[in-house]
Design a protein around this ligand. Structure first.
Ligand code: ZN
Length: 289
């Protein structure tokens, strides 16, 4: 079987968000924080598909944005579902909702029926709700009910500041893992450093099923960190690490080169660059281009 390359962490926006960027900057504080700089790129599905062709990526997970307004989430979800539908399986949609909205659970159901495979990139703290509270329970319930994967932005409690750093506190994420047994969870950006606690016997249990992605790796860690995370002793194991670029913040070709030069052995590299994601998403063959 041909090896399928899967990028688990990309961002695309409806063209009208880019065209009316100023208006969206005014009405959404998180969007303002992350896309206030004119240098912060906003990509559409066409640009993602072109990038995938150039980088040799077969499938990309396209993530929604954690808008605070429910209708903004719905419009973005529509775009992701349509993009996925017209891509012939090359784009896998993860939708987004604000759990503070009364219609959130119904919107999740609509997205699941429309082909969404997960929810993300979830940023509870940015949207003003706590993963520790009732909303966290609702999220776990709807994920189990519809078989959806949850992908969270997780904040490193240490290190430099950057736009969008604060999305979900690491301790809050950890408590969710402890009580959300059976839910498929991906912690973005190496889950804010959570894998480094695997050797802590009492913390290790909550980490026994989590996956982490490598999104924006070059801005956060030395590439050699991946060998430790993929190690069976003291790390999560080779089967729990997912390649993610954070396109368009990082180009897919560049992100793939980083992973390939990180010192992982060939078998682990195959798992990370697509094997693990394929198992999680139940994709076993590359869709035709
Ligand atoms: Zn993120």
């Amino acid at each position: 079987m041909l090896h399928v390359i899967i990028d688990f962490h990309t961002h695309i926006f409806p063209p009208q968000v880019r065209e009316n960027r100023e208006e969206y900057l005014r009405r959404d504080a998180t969007f303002e924080e992350m896309y206030g700089s004119p240098r912060a790129k906003i990509a559409t599905m066409e640009e993602l598909l072109r990038s995938m062709d150039e980088a040799g990526v077969d499938v990309s997970v396209a993530l929604g944005f954690a808008w605070s307004d429910h209708d903004d989430c719905v419009r973005h979800n529509d775009y992701l579902l349509e993009a996925a539908e017209s891509s012939g399986g090359r784009i896998v949609p993860f939708c987004n909702v604000n759990l503070l909205a009364g219609e959130a659970a119904r919107e999740v159901e609509r997205c699941a029926r429309g082909g969404a495979r997960g929810l993300g990139e979830l940023r509870p703290d940015s949207q003003g709700w706590s993963l520790d509270g009732e909303a966290g329970d609702t999220l776990a319930e709807v994920a189990l009910l519809h078989g959806l994967i949850l992908l969270f932005h997780v904040t490193e409690p240490v290190g430099h500041e950057y736009p969008g750093k604060r999305g979900l506190r690491l301790d809050s994420f950890y408590r969710f893992l402890e009580r959300a047994a059976g839910v498929s969870v991906v912690g973005a950006h190496l889950a804010g450093g959570l894998p480094f606690y695997t050797s802590m016997p009492k913390a290790g249990r909550a980490l026994s099923a989590i996956h982490v992605d490598t999104a924006a790796l070059r801005y956060l860690y030395e590439p050699s960190v991946l060998s430790g995370v993929a190690s069976a002793s003291g790390g999560l194991g080779a089967d729990r690490l997912l390649f993610g670029s954070d396109f368009p913040l990082v180009g897919q070709s560049a992100a793939l080169s980083d992973i390939r030069a990180s010192g992982l052995d060939d078998a682990t590299l195959r798992s990370v660059s697509g094997g693990n994601a394929g198992r999680l998403l139940r994709i076993d063959a590359a869709p035709s281009r």
